[in-house]
Write a protein that binds this ligand. Structure first.
Ligand code: PLP
Length: 367
């Protein structure tokens, strides 16, 4: 039996009819750019996150970049972020001319270690980007308190955590601004690229709205030098249909995760995810830790199980960031996790039989 890393074919069947009707309307109306369906989705997604404003953009990367630009971050500024994340979290800072400052992660949640943030703050620090890695919130209370004390902004990278909560509050409402990706493999994924900035701050919203649309204030009036980064109406139709079902899909992911954990707890040397009491995890990614990861990774693939490594190289050791002068050993927790972590199949419609087979294959490779 083969088990794909992600298989959304069954999920597609549940939204197929609704999408077909919605897309047909868009095709007939021809309102492809910033159509009503796109505005409706912005409103609904912002409401889902518990904030007032949503700005649909081209991708999660653009959401992060335009959020940085909306906060006024630029050359000479520093922005703190975890070294263990997807590179877009750092690229958005670099695009503005500011400097990314990496910080190590927690051993348990793999999120930004708030105890290590304080030491990284300088007089140039303008923002912190906590990443809710794999679908579980970072420790936002401590991060927010630090930010408040130093007068710096908090921009959530929520690209992996649509629908997760922290102390009863939705991800996306926990900082000054939050950024989502709708890349197809995310738990709320478009049929192409897409992203969104959400915020409760009217000034950030106004700036982001201008930045994504050529700096426009009128059809041919431009207040600032903006970009072309908008969410297509076609994608908004698909995302709207999926948003209605997101909570139930997240519940299915949680049930799968629970079954995984039940089976994995008997496997010596396999560390399953830790879920903190004050958070809900949405398991966009189900990652385990193993000592002989590379060998197991190859073995799983050979046996037809889709596995991936998120992420094999922390950002401070990426060639793209060599000018920052970090070296091996600077962030020992992130480096160790990068060597041990393995993402195994996870999607809402996985069956118990598939999960059992993944665990059995893993067991056979380990012992
Ligand atoms: C996917 C992802 C992004 C980038 O989103 P895109 O839509 O692919 O540009 C940024 N940060 C994190 C943590 C991600 O997982």
């Amino acid at each position: 039996m083969n088990v794909q890393f992600i298989d959304f074919s069954e999920q597609y069947q549940t939204i197929k009819d609704e999408i077909e009707v919605g897309l047909k309307q868009v095709f007939e109306k021809g309102n492809f750019i910033l159509g009503q369906e796109e505005k409706d989705f912005e409103d609904n997604f912002a409401k889902y996150c518990g904030v007032r404003y949503g700005v649909g953009v081209n991708s999660g990367t653009d959401a992060l970049y335009l959020a940085m630009a909306s906060l006024g971050i630029g050359p000479g500024d520093e922005v703190i972020l975890p070294t263990f994340t997807f590179i877009a979290t750092a690229l958005c800072v670099s695009y503005t001319g500011a400097k990314p400052v990496f910080v190590d992660i927690e051993e348990t949640t793999y999120n930004l270690d708030p105890k290590k943030v304080g030491k990284a703050i300088t007089k140039n620090t303008k923002a912190i980007i906590p990443v809710h890695i794999y679908g579980q919130s970072a420790d936002m209370d401590v991060i927010r308190n630090l930010a408040q004390k130093h007068g710096i902004k908090v921009a959530e990278d929520a690209a992996q955590a649509h629908g997760a909560t922290y102390q009863g509050k939705k991800i996306g409402s926990l900082g000054d601004v939050a950024c989502f990706s709708f890349y197809p493999t995310k738990s709320l994924g478009a049929f192409g690229d897409g992203g969104m900035i959400v915020t409760d701050n009217k000034e950030i919203f106004d700036r982001a709205m201008m930045l994504r649309d050529y700096g426009r204030t009128g059809r041919y009036e431009h207040k600032i030098k903006g970009y072309n980064s908008r969410l297509d109406t076609v994608q908004a139709v698909i995302l709207s249909a999926k948003l209605k079902r997101l909570d139930s899909w997240n519940k299915m992911r949680n049930e799968n995760a629970r079954y995984y954990c039940e089976l994995l707890k008997d496997l010596d040397g396999v560390i399953a995810p830790t879920i903190k009491d004050d958070r809900t995890h949405v398991f966009q990614t189900f990652a385990v830790r193993l000592k002989n990861r590379d060998q197991v990774c190859v073995g799983m693939k050979e046996k037809g199980i889709g596995v991936l490594i998120h992420y094999p190289i922390p950002l401070h050791l990426q060639e793209a960031y060599k000018e920052l002068g970090y070296k091996k050993g600077d962030f020992p927790v992130a480096e160790r996790i990068a060597d041990e972590i393995l993402s195994i199949p996870m999607y809402p419609h996985m069956t118990k039989k598939q999960i059992k087979h993944v665990c059995k294959t893993l067991e056979d490779l380990l012992y």
